[in-house]
Ligand binder design. Structure first.
Ligand SMILES: Cc1cc2nc3c(=O)[nH]c(=O)nc-3n(C[C@H](O)[C@H](O)[C@H](O)COP(=O)(O)OP(=O)(O)OC[C@H]3O[C@@H](n4cnc5c(N)ncnc54)[C@H](O)[C@@H]3O)c2cc1C
Length: 263
């Protein structure tokens, strides 16, 4: 074991001060603790955000849902406001990992980590969410910057994510059977800013698909999505799935997500 110190602040101000001084934020530990065990991360100080009440909870603010960074996946999946306003988001949360992961994993940890096969980044991007941090607000379009990379600066904490309530949204993934991360995941949303389609699991990180967005803007139907050719050239291939297989999944899952969004 290597040495590190552990802080458990009770207020956002204290957490922000510790993080700004170099402490590593700890949310549910679902990625960070495993990384430490594997020696992929060796922080000198952990700042456990679990006691900071300001970071938890879900509230409606006008036409937005605001979800605290430390809100667990299980709470988002079961929350009556989320299920009523953005059922596709509650559904997404209910299919993350397994029961243990959903009981510990958090929205903020997932978004900060930006795993290239994670589910929430697709929802933030498709719904046009905004990430709130200790210093500023960042549109999802600007936040995700490729594999495990985000616009967050050292010492900056995510405090909440606000989701404008879409007219319709749905997320579907083809699960990697061992981890249940997305081999491919697609989130489609009809929003006041138009139709947005975000894809996760395809390679370097979550991305919007311009061709699908254009087709679904003309006609929000599975048939319109089926007409769009998906270029495998920009997708990754590995032992789980070739790039061509992933391209086909994007097409099929988009069609099914549109059907699901239409109810
Ligand atoms: C077996 C397994 C299966 C999984 N399946 C899925 C899946 O199907 N879909 C999916 O999307 N995800 C999946 N995950 C990921 C999981 O849902 C968590 O969201 C993810 O691991 C992050 O965990 P956490 O919230 O506990 O954050 P932590 O592990 O505590 O932190 C992750 C990173 O985010 C940073 N961080 C945490 N909170 C903040 C904050 N507020 N501000 C700034 N930085 C912060 C930490 O410093 C660290 O770098 C799976 C994980 C496991 C272990």
């Amino acid at each position: 074991m290597y040495a590190f110190s552990f802080e458990r602040p009770a207020t956002l101000a204290d957490a922000a001060r510790l993080a700004a001084a170099g402490g590593k934020p700890l949310a549910g530990g679902q990625t960070l603790l495993a990384s430490m065990k594997l020696r992929l991360a060796a922080p000198e100080q952990l700042v456990d955000l679990g006691a900071v009440k300001e970071l938890k909870g879900i509230r409606r603010e006008g036409d937005k849902l605001v979800i605290g960074a430390m809100t667990r996946h299980a709470d988002i999946a079961s929350d009556a406001q989320v299920r009523a306003a953005i059922p596709g988001l509650a559904d997404l949360a209910s299919h993350i990992g397994d029961r243990q992961v959903r009981a510990m994993g958090t929205l903020g940890g997932s978004v900060a980590n930006n795993d290239p096969a994670a589910c929430y980044p697709a929802a933030l991007l498709a719904i046009g969410a905004t990430v709130h941090t200790t210093g500023r607000t960042i549109a999802a379009d600007d936040f995700f910057q490729g594999m495990f990379a985000t616009a967050l600066e050292e010492g900056e904490l995510i405090t909440a994510v606000s989701f404008p309530i879409p007219q319709r949204a749905a997320y579907l993934k083809f699960k990697q059977p061992a981890s249940r991360f997305a081999l491919i995941g697609v989130c489609v949303a009809q929003t006041d800013a138009g139709v947005r389609v975000a894809v996760t699991g395809g390679g370097n990180g979550v991305f919007r698909h311009a061709g699908l967005e254009a087709a679904l803007s003309r006609s929000f139907t599975p048939q319109a999505a089926a007409q769009v050719a998906i270029d495998a050239g920009e997708l990754s291939g590995d032992l789980h799935a070739s790039a061509a297989y992933r391209a086909n999944l994007i097409s099929v899952l988009t069609q099914r997500a549109v059907t699901k969004a239409l109810g």
